[in-house]
Ligand binder design. Structure first.
Ligand code: ATR
Length: 279
């Protein structure tokens, strides 16, 4: 079935704050495509599945999937890539020939964001904070990037142990020890919700971190968390959540339309301007 305009979108809950429509619509315009990218509130898993099936039946090209439905998307796809299975989450659905294909572009997005930046590896040890929904993709990316010593600190240690075991080659760490023994750490990544608007700040001392190490916070609201502000003051390499958002979106767009937005940094600058204008 061919629908005109072509339909794609993002589904999650809540979805109001998603920057994906802004980003994809900009690329749709840049490539002069007859396509529409819509944000959809999935409400609950049952509604989510109903909407996905409905979009498939209506000839949509696919959907991005965000919190909290990435595991539901994995479960309902007919075919899932090995990287999505390993991460345990699907953030990209492609509809083709009446079938649902699931993939995960979050790990590649994190890695590509760093590759496009001025960062280069100093020490092959990383400290990840938080074992929630975003952690498996970050840990997978760090392993792919060549980090050989990765520790994972989480308030609920059991959750860190579960994720560490599933991803492999990751050492769980008690939350009290999150900022201990930083002297050989080359990168710190916050994947917790601490520091997000409406959440308490992340209590993390950078004092033991080598000065040429990187500090990354995958939060996008605000763009500058206290963690990043402190890291900038100490002249660490820093990155907020926007580059990862952009670089996970590029392969989604490419999978649906066969066209690759090639200027990720321009898209990051665009979203930064938009977020700064209306945070
Ligand atoms: P999401 O899927 O959006 O990542 P999540 O799975 O609930 O949400 O993950 C939130 C992360 O922030 C978890 O690592 C959580 O720790 P727990 O696993 O112990 O819940 C962490 N987090 C949230 N509030 C926290 C707090 N006040 N102190 C420490 N960690 C917190």
């Amino acid at each position: 079935m061919v629908t005109s305009p072509m339909q794609v979108g993002v589904i999650g809950h809540p979805i109001g704050q998603s920057l994906s429509p802004l980003l994809h619509t900009r690329w749709i315009k840049a490539f002069d495509l007859d396509a529409v990218y819509t944000a959809i509130d999935g409400k609950d898993p049952e509604t989510f599945r109903h909407i996905v099936k409905d979009c498939l039946a209506k000839g949509w090209k696919g959907l991005n999937v965000t919190i909290p439905f990435k595991a539901d998307a994995l479960a309902m796809a007919d075919h899932v890539t090995s990287r999505a299975k390993a991460i345990g989450a699907v953030n990209l659905l492609i509809f083709r020939g009446g079938k649902i294909y699931g993939d995960n572009t979050d790990a590649a997005g994190f890695q590509d964001a760093l590759t496009a930046s001025e960062w280069s590896m100093t020490l092959p040890s990383a400290r990840v904070l938080g074992a929630g929904g975003a952690a498996p993709a970050i840990l997978t990316a760090l392993k792919d990037m060549g980090f050989t010593d990765i520790s994972l600190a989480n308030r609920t240690l059991e959750r860190a142990e579960d994720v560490a075991h599933r991803i492999g080659g990751v050492t769980p760490l008690a939350w009290e020890d999150r900022d201990q023994r930083l002297e050989a750490i080359g990168m710190v990544v916050n994947t917790t919700s601490l520091g997000m608007v409406g959440q308490p700040p992340l209590d993390f001392s950078l004092s033991g971190l080598p000065e040429n190490s990187a500090v990354i916070d995958i939060i996008t609201t605000p763009l500058q968390t206290m963690l990043l502000q402190t890291a900038e003051e100490r002249a660490h390499f820093t990155m907020n959540g926007l580059p990862m958002l952009v670089y996970q979106a590029i392969p989604s767009f490419e999978a649906w339309f066969g066209l690759k937005p090639d200027n990720g940094e321009e898209a990051v600058a665009f979203l930064t301007r938009e977020k700064t204008a209306s945070p």
